[in-house]
Design a protein around this ligand. Sequence first.
Ligand code: SAH
Length: 463
Amino acid sequence: MNYKKNDTVTLDIIDIGQDGAGVGRTDDGYTLFVKDTVPGDRVEAKIMKAKKNYGYGRLSRILLSSEDRVEPPCPTARQCGGCQLQMMSYPAQLAMKEQKVESDLRRIGNFQNVSIEKIVGMDSPYHYRNKAIFPVGTDRNGKPVAGFYAGRTHTIIPNTDCMLGCPENHEILEKVLGWMRKNHIPAYDEQTGRGLLRHVLIRKGFATGEIMICLIINGIEVPARRDLIQSLEAVPGMTGITFSSNTKRTNVIMNGPVKAIWGKEYITDILRSSKYGIQVWYQISPASFYQVNPIQTQRIYEKVLDLADLTGKEIVMDLYCGIGTISLFLAQRAKRVIGVEIVDRAVKDARKNAEINGIDNAEFYSGKAEEVVPAIYEREGIRADVAVVDPPRKGCDEMLLQTLISMQPEKIVYVSCDPATLARDLRVLADHGFVLQFVQPYDQFSNTVHVETVVLMSRVKEK
Ligand code: SAH
């Protein structure tokens, strides 16, 4: 049958797609992606966009509820673009993520019959994020609001109490909105480019309790500072009230330096491994990348150490190292660690973090891993015994993989936030003599579709 826009169809939801929408099939085999559905549901949906072989629909009615369907605890879960899976029970979310890693390794990586460790879930899948950036806008009554964008739009869904974030966000955002109302401070308007406050960034060190706030403003000064400081400094843990100027009409959130108007420009946090007796302090500035889920991050880093299995004699490369978080864990068990990271500011933070912790066997290079690693291997002859890679979603650059293949480290530990590019990269390594030894998914981003995976590949020993 030929389906068209605005048709109402009945579907069985059989899977979850890339962006978290359910994959539905009509009785005659047409595929429709429908947000807010769960595998096992039978639903009625309205077609919003129809292509020949598939389309996109909107959920109108649930005819039969999946066993895995739960009531989302957050009242704005359906409109908000932040969470995609709140209506799915947590055990079902975990099973789906484990399945995704298995199927990507099989389909994209052509690894048949890989044994995958059970996914490491969270004890509680809420309030795990240490950082959030809230867009600020104006509602129909002219009142300032803060919240999240609805999926794929820039419409703000007001919500100062996101269930993924830390509980302090609510009090802080309400205080900022109160300061705006009292002092008639307008929210930024993307359409006109006018107004002042664009975004509010809040970050908390879970181990130290330190909190920082950064206001991203369309201007060069924060007005009514005294009032803002007076209200925010009372929040327990408040360590720094800062701002960053962004007067460009762009979707880039932050592009300038951060200035403190009260307290410090950074917070400190600690990541630990009790198994290895490691405790590392990190200084984190508002713009630096820092893993958002510290509970799972510590588990992942500990697993990286397990898999690297260091004796203290090794040279280890930590590629895509950010502010050196993994590097400084590795440095405690290796002879020498070389971190490589593209963002210059993060490299400076990494060096500073090594210094704070009295670590002198870790050095950091700023640049693209695919350029720096070939340069230090080919020109300086530095070879890694163990390489750790933790790339962004697009995975490793081909040139980096080729260099690792020539360099022949004993082990490669791959920390991935996208199983599809992970599978692609592992196939390249497997075709050149590395053997897939261990795969463990982690639920680092509960209630969202994202899944983190830690993998060990080792070199086949020559006879
Ligand atoms: N390992 C760190 C950061 C991982 S996030 C941690 O656990 O905190 C991925 C990092 O890769 C980011 O810091 C990003 O800036 C960096 N990056 C992206 N492309 C890169 C490239 N081509 N070469 C080196 N680093 C890159």
